[in-house]
Design a protein around this ligand. Structure first.
Ligand code: ZN
Length: 439
């Protein structure tokens, strides 16, 4: 007979989990990441200091489905010097200043020519935008619109010391916690954005710490954590792990989980998978204004996991929705934008989702002829009429009433509009006292 496991009652985090998550995000925030290169490796080394991930290198040029692993990009320095010889843009001040994946350049040119290679946001004139050019050779700089408008006419010197290596590789990290079954729960975070705190230092931090927490407990499912560059990283992983992918029974892409907005959940393509229902239930019972949206083929790596050949039950969990918060893909997505308490809420929410998936059994009431006499078993200790007794006993009555063997604990929790944890605790108590059989 299966036994109800315990996730939430174990000490899977200390009181300062928010601070720990924030500190880790701060550590990796300054690194200049991209879809390949040393920034990803350095980030994964930090992840490895939290949980013992395997780090994989896939050579540039490797065919992965309809794509090819790109040449590896590394950058050392970049700047623009104005007519008087002073730096007006400096990569060393902010790594968003360089168009990510820029080809090298070293030349002098007039302002009008230079402007063709400068990206700004006129509607957010005080912020630096984040721009990339992965698959088209180009060079460029990003800066605030205000600063660009102040550039005087004259000749400018542009310098980007970067290279694209044909013999390089794409790097990703992976951790597997083995549970009682080979069926897997996948958690994945993209690790390709440079200095953007919410998108996705926050997700990397939450995922790394969740992996560490689960590594120390016995679980029914196996848990796989992937830290890979967006799009090309998940395509590469899926191309190399077609058999493993079949074992994924639940999955979440974890992005933008550190800001005070949301939370947001984008359903898997299937829309009614257990993970979809679990996230919705956790959001509805613990958050004030959850935003639950249907699947669309635009967003993060859920696009790859939900593509027709795989169609895995993988959703996307965020706080504010990508593309909709003003800080998105700008220099305002910095360490002031993410908050320890928001990271902690995301982390605890994921543990609650894990708890549901681990324990969503159906149960059978073994005393179904009217209500069993809880008092004679010492299970109804409180004084009649006490309001606290009503609160304490209500989940027990829900479980007894609904457990005819056809309904899962999550379905009961949803009908009772109660946190899963309370229904789960009642079911555990009843099964330990011989009143309930887990089927
Ligand atoms: Zn992004």
């Amino acid at each position: 007979m299966p036994k109800l496991g315990e996730i939430l009652s174990q000490k899977l985090y200390g009181e300062n989990i928010g601070g720990e998550l924030y500190q880790f995000a701060s550590k990796i925030y300054p690194i200049c990441r991209s879809i390949t290169g040393n920034g990803v490796r350095e980030t994964l080394r930090h992840v490895k200091s939290v949980v013992d991930i395997d780090i994989h290198e896939v050579p540039s040029g490797t065919e992965v489905f309809d794509w090819k692993v790109p040449r590896e990009w590394n950058i050392r320095d970049a700047y623009i010097k104005g007519p008087n010889g002073e730096k007006v843009v400096d990569f060393k001040v902010h790594n968003l200043h360089v168009l990510n994946y820029s080809i090298p350049v070293n030349k002098k040119l007039p302002l009008a020519e230079l402007k063709k290679h400068i990206y700004t946001m006129p509607d957010q004139p005080d912020l630096i935008p984040y721009r990339t050019s992965y698959y088209k050779d180009n060079w460029g700089f990003c800066m605030t619109h205000e600063a660009m408008q102040k550039l005087p006419d004259g000749m400018y010197e542009v310098f980007i010391d970067a290279d694209h290596n044909d013999n390089g590789s794409l790097t990703y990290g992976e951790y597997l916690h083995r549970g009682e079954t080979e069926d897997e729960f996948l958690f994945s975070s993209h690790c390709c954005h440079p200095s953007l705190a919410n998108d996705n230092c926050a997700g990397i931090s939450v995922n790394a710490h969740l992996a560490r927490a689960l590594s120390g407990v016995r679980t029914r499912y196996s848990y796989r954590f992937i830290f890979a560059p967006g799009t090309i990283g998940s395509i590469t992983w899926l191309a190399r792990n077609r058999e493993t992918a079949k074992r994924i029974k639940h999955g979440l892409i974890v992005s933008c989980v550190g800001d005070p907005g949301g939370p947001t959940y984008k359903r898997s393509q299937r829309a009614d998978a257990l993970v979809d229902r679990a996230v919705e239930h956790v959001f509805k019972t613990t958050e004030k204004a959850p935003n639950i949206i249907d699947f669309s083929p635009y967003g993060y790596d859920e696009r790859q996991y939900c593509s027709p050949a795989f169609n895995l039950p993988v959703g996307l969990i965020l706080r504010s929705k990508f593309g909709e918060f003003p800080e998105y893909h700008t220099s305002a997505d910095n360490l002031d934008f993410i908050k320890p308490e928001c990271l902690a809420r995301s982390y605890k929410g994921l543990l609650e989702i894990v708890d549901i998936v681990e324990n969503n059994y159906k149960a059978m009431n073994l005393e179904p002829n009217c209500e069993p006499n809880l008092g004679k078993r010492g299970l109804y200790g409180a004084i009649g009429g006490d309001k606290n007794a009503y609160d304490a006993n209500l989940p027990v009555f829900w479980v007894l009433n609904q457990s005819d063997g056809t309904r899962s604990l999550l379905e009961i929790a949803a009908r009772a509009k109660m946190p899963f944890e309370r229904i789960h605790a009642a079911a555990r108590m009843l099964s330990e006292n011989g009143l309930l059989k887990i089927v």
